[in-house]
Design a protein around this ligand. Structure first.
Ligand SMILES: [Zn+2]
Length: 137
């Protein structure tokens, strides 16, 4: 039995958990998009090279606002959805789709924070259309 160790998202690299979730070109794009202008992802990932590092050093925010809730769950949602997205081409033969990945991260966050029931006055469509302003500092 021969195991394929090539990253199913970017292909030229071997698939390790750190590559897939943090340094893969696909993952980098996703982290950069969601971090918006809040952190410099190149600097952040230079100092956080493992999943544990990322989760423990993700910038904390004190105020309990809608945007800060999204921000605090964000690294977990990215990691979860990138993992699921890795499985799509491997097990279902589906092509990579950045828009689907980003929307799935947003819907995962929306579900995890309780949607409109727990966040009256906020709407899922805002996560889709004005993400960076929601998580802006
Ligand atoms: Zn890759």
């Amino acid at each position: 039995m021969v195991l394929n160790t090539i990253c199913p998202l970017c292909h030229p690299h071997d698939e390790t958990s750190e590559h897939l979730l943090l340094s893969c070109s696909v993952s980098k794009f996703v982290w950069r998009y969601f971090a918006a202008d809040n952190i410099n992802t190149d600097q952040f990932f230079a100092g956080a090279t493992t999943v544990k590092d990322v989760l423990s050093s993700w910038p904390k925010r004190k105020k309990d606002t809608f945007g800060n809730q999204l921000w605090s769950y964000l690294p977990f949602a990215i990691i979860w959805v990138v993992w699921l997205s890795r499985n799509e081409p491997v097990f279902r033969g589906k092509p990579l789709d950045f828009t689907r990945i980003c929307n799935q991260i947003k819907s995962t966050l929306w579900f995890w924070i309780g949607g409109e029931t727990k966040n009256p006055g906020h709407y899922f469509v805002n996560l889709i259309t004005v993400w960076s302003s929601l998580v802006a500092l």
